[in-house]
Design a binder for this molecule. Structure first.
Ligand code: BES
Ligand code: ZN
Length: 661
């Protein structure tokens, strides 16, 4: 039991202590949380009034708010189900007692609900759209403002659960044990247990999880070793910092762990442990130190990384205590660990300060891109890195906006989510348009001034959720102080409504192009048919520089010929590389070049990675050049993909009707 051995008492105590400090911030925050007004009239595209400001919840969280959640689950690998109970402690928000609690749910099998330990009257209504089936629980005598009621819900997750993936031993790398993991963002927590599934509500958590295998969760372990429970063990965790439901996370399987920093370890399958440790151990503490300098001390105690099996659908997911990450970042060259800088940055932007609904998702991701780039520039001691990464981001933004069309709702910073499944609206737009908005504000007021605003913003909103207008108010209030009076006319220039609601590209900033120029120059050479390529063209480059180069080539107006594309792959070792970023970028070029000899490699890669960034783009391209192979490849790997990925690729390939069932 490497993992439990490693998490020695000293570290556990330190982690718990850090969480105590965080709790006091949390308590101060709670009062403010309910006082801010959310009955506002938003700009035209997300014009909505109360009852609640999150259109992706059916819960009546204006009347009740979850304060504490206890998850008592048994991980049943045979039945591929979590079974047990969830206990929600909800606080009444109104003097006019509300006689009903409405929770979100989606394909959960609920067997009983107790209200304050007594049987209750409850009903699960039919699903009507992407938000699932509301659970109505009657509270006959109501509750006065501030009173807490306790719901104990017995449940089992079902086959249709969209948050969990269950892998058989044969689907894992050492084939020894089954594996399961969750992915709750954006609205999948409701398919594990009924809850107020909105980022506008934050709750503390206890996890009591029984499993035959090691368990990891988004809480601090409470025991120095798990308790024996017959053949199985019970793992207990606590999360004292209030978190939104989308940060609830669990994984269980044959997991080992090793240190990568002062308060960090990496956990993964025993066969992958050494490589994972090597990939991360040099930079983990550097990332942490840089982030703490930019914002303020880390509030969560430990920061660990769980490297998942290849079907993990994202690059990374910022689950507190344990970031979940794709194994594609373990590329053996330390070239893809900016994902970890990103997920770590979420410990402030997203996890501590949270967008109140998916309409304001840019507040999570735009801020996180900004912090990620600041962290990377700081550890490279070179501001050109910031611009380099920002230029890549701008390119992705242009591509996304081109693909949607420049008037599309999803190209707005604030995206209307009424009747929309957040997974369908997900794109690079909130990341990069969000980043560019923050970066614009940074340049407008000047770096030194903006650096004062950053910790102010994150402490003011710590443990709370906010909307874009509250962000605006906070910014204007801060820079409205007398010492910033010289900024007055600059501040009045900001077109807040336009920035929030204009579709298409925002104004393009000036970039320091020193690190991309060489990439563009090499790409230009590939426009000549007889260019003689050599591995030395790129041997001193970072992985991201190679990516920029490949991206430019991919977007050539006249695609490469199949022969040129093969030459490029050979010269730069792109068909054999372990770096999936590079490999998939190369395959995009090969498919554009209609190099039919590459299609088998594309299909093979699609059976090896489940990260949607690669899977969805590769499938889209393969579908245009060889639909039969695309459909065949999807059907072959259907069970390998995570349910979220499976569902989206089915839509992308036109294999199901588009509306969310
Ligand atoms: N929180 C996101 C992942 C996410 C977003 C999951 C929306 C579900 C719904 C995570 O922080 C993220 O942005 N991951 C990126 C990392 C990249 C930007 C470095 C990814 O997965 O590619
Ligand atoms: Zn993110």
């Amino acid at each position: 039991m490497l993992m439990w051995g490693f998490l020695g008492l000293g570290r556990l105590k330190r982690a718990r202590l850090a969480q105590e400090t965080a709790t006091s911030i949390a308590q101060k925050a709670t009062a403010a949380q309910s006082s801010h007004s959310y009955r506002r009239w938003f700009g035209a595209s997300i014009a909505r009034m109360a009852p609640v400001r999150d259109p992706n919840t059916l819960s009546n969280y204006d009347a009740w708010r979850t304060k504490h959640t206890t998850a008592n689950f048994k991980v049943d690998f045979d039945a591929k189900s979590l079974r047990g109970s969830i206990v929600l402690e909800l606080e009444s928000q109104t003097d006019k007692a509300s006689n009903e609690i409405i929770l979100d749910s989606s394909y959960v099998d609920v067997s009983s609900i107790k209200l304050n330990s007594a049987p209750s009257k409850w009903e699960i209504k039919d699903r009507t759209g992407p938000n699932g089936s509301p659970v109505h629980i009657s509270v006959p005598s109501g509750a006065s403002k501030g009173e807490i009621v306790k719901l104990e819900i017995d449940l089992a997750t079902t086959e249709k659960c969209t948050a969990l993936q269950w892998l058989t031993p044969a689907q894992t790398s050492n084939k020894k044990a089954p594996f399961m993991f969750s992915q709750c963002q954006a609205i999948h927590a409701r398919s594990i247990f009924p809850c107020q599934d909105t980022p506008d509500v934050k709750s503390t958590y206890n996890f009591n999880i029984q499993s035959p295998h090691v368990v990891v969760a988004s809480g601090v372990p409470l025991l120095d070793a798990p308790e024996e429970a017959g053949q199985e063990k019970v793992y207990r965790f606590q999360q004292k910092v209030p978190i939104p439901s989308y940060l609830f996370a669990l994984a269980s399987g044959d997991i080992a762990s090793a240190p990568i920093g002062k308060r960090s370890s990496v956990a993964t399958g025993p066969n992958e442990l050494k490589a994972s440790q090597w990939e991360l151990q040099d930079d983990m503490d550097k990332f942490m130190d840089a982030a703490e300098k930019i914002v303020f001390p880390y509030q969560w105690g430990e920061y660990n990384v769980l490297i998942l099996p290849p079907s993990f659908p994202y690059g990374g997911m910022e689950n507190p205590i344990f970031t979940f990450a794709t194994p594609t970042i373990i590329s053996g060259d330390r070239q893809n660990i900016d994902v970890i800088a990103h997920e770590l940055a979420h410990s402030w932007s997203g996890n501590l300060v949270t967008s109140c609904s998916w309409e304001h998702f840019w507040l999570n991701e735009g801020w996180t891109m900004y912090l990620e780039r600041r962290i990377l520039a700081s550890i490279h001691k070179n501001d050109a890195y910031f611009d380099f990464s920002a230029i890549i981001g701008w390119k992705h933004l242009e591509e996304a906006i081109n693909e949607y069309g420049e008037d599309h709702e999803y190209t707005k910073l604030c995206i209307s989510h009424k009747g929309i499944d957040p997974d369908d609206a997900f794109s690079t737009v909130p990341y990069e348009k969000g980043f560019h908005f923050i970066y614009y504000l940074d340049r407008l007021v000047g770096r030194e001034n903006f650096d004062n605003f950053v910790p102010h913003y994150f402490s003011k909103w710590a443990n709370k959720s906010l909307d874009s207008y509250e962000f605006k108010d906070t910014f204007l209030e801060f820079f409205g102080a007398p010492e910033y009076s010289s900024l007055k006319s600059k501040l009045s220039e900001i077109d807040w409504e336009g920035r929030f609601f204009n579709p298409g590209l925002p104004p393009k900033p000036e970039f320091d192009t020193s690190l991309v120029d060489v990439c563009f120059q090499l790409a230009d050479k590939w426009k000549q048919k007889d260019f003689s390529a050599s591995p030395s063209d790129i041997s001193s480059w970072t992985g991201n520089q190679v990516l920029v180069f490949l991206n430019v080539v991919q977007n050539f107006e006249v695609p490469l010929t199949p022969e040129q594309s093969q030459k490029l792959g050979r010269a730069y070792g792109l068909t054999e590389t372990k770096n999936v970023e590079l490999k998939s970028a190369y395959y995009q070029i090969a498919m554009k070049a209609k190099d039919t000899s590459s299609y088998a490699g594309v299909a093979e890669l699609l059976g090896e990675v489940g990260r949607m960034k690669f899977v969805r783009t590769l499938f889209r391209s393969l579908n245009t050049v060889d639909r039969d192979l695309a459909v065949k490849t999807f059907k072959k790997n259907r069970d390998f993909y995570h349910p979220i990925c499976r569902g989206l690729v089915e839509k992308d390939l036109g294999l199901v009707a588009l509306e969310s069932a």
